[in-house]
Design a protein around this ligand. Sequence first.
Ligand code: NAP
Length: 283
Amino acid sequence: MAEILKGAPVAAALDAETIAAVRALKERGVTPTLGILRVGERPDDVAYERAAIKRCEKLGIAVKLSELPADVMQGALIARIQRLNSDANVHGVLMFRPLPKQLDERAACEALMPSKDVDGISTGSAASLYMGKGDGFAPCTAEAVLALLKRYGVELEGKNAAVVGRSLVIGRPVAMLLQAANATVTICHSRTRNLAEVTRRADIVVAAMGRAEFLTAEYFSPGQVVVDVGINYSEAKGRLVGDVDFEAVEPLVRAITPVPAGVGMVTSAILARHTVKAAGGAL
Ligand code: NAP
């Protein structure tokens, strides 16, 4: 039986550190504040927003919510981002994406100053992630993967890691973070040939594909650590499932994250942590 790498204990350990850092900031008269910018009312955004607000409240982080209508024009969106940039009482900004079609999402991401970009959406944040210096943060989910591996004591140095997915939100930043931790990383994508051969050879497999239970037992081998970032709705099962076929893979590998209750649980703890860091907190 594999060790089940649940997200809740990781989030709890991170939160304990965050609470201490928030207390120290408040003693200096600073209340760390997260600005949330939501355009329209996509149910996914509203659900994540609710979870983020709940976690921030629990940790003593203030939230300033900016809502814009789904038909907002580019100029008004950029003006709102600039207002958040210049608001000294807002330390971090989370902007939900995708944005509605009429908006230039890339330009909106670039308008956000990297030092407040707590979910790593700007080029400045990406540059600091890829170069190891500069302002900005890694995308929260990517960092959540690393936090989870670290808390469970998974050794990365010198290990082979296969990341399935190359998006800017998860696949590529996870690969960079694993590499920074001295793993040897292979980034796989939809044109990768013989994917199962690549994943079977790895010590650590991170699945970030967005394909419900795509990775079946043939993609894995004994002794592996599997992190499933995927969140997909399975019509057949009537519930959320990951990219990995958990029931088939769990008996085979050394350790595996569940979906839900795995990486997803850690993501908002990282968001809170980034906000506190952006406010000058010691974390
Ligand atoms: P995405 O932008 O759609 O990227 C998916 C990646 O998977 C792409 O690089 C794609 O390759 C690759 N891929 C797709 N089919 C493949 C196949 N058959 N073989 C190999 N690679 C394949 O998705 P994303 O935004 O990175 O999200 C990935 C998953 O994470 C989704 O399920 C999403 O819901 C979930 N997610 C989880 C959290 C969390 O907190 N746990 C947060 C955000 C997202 P190409 O580049 O070649 O197309």
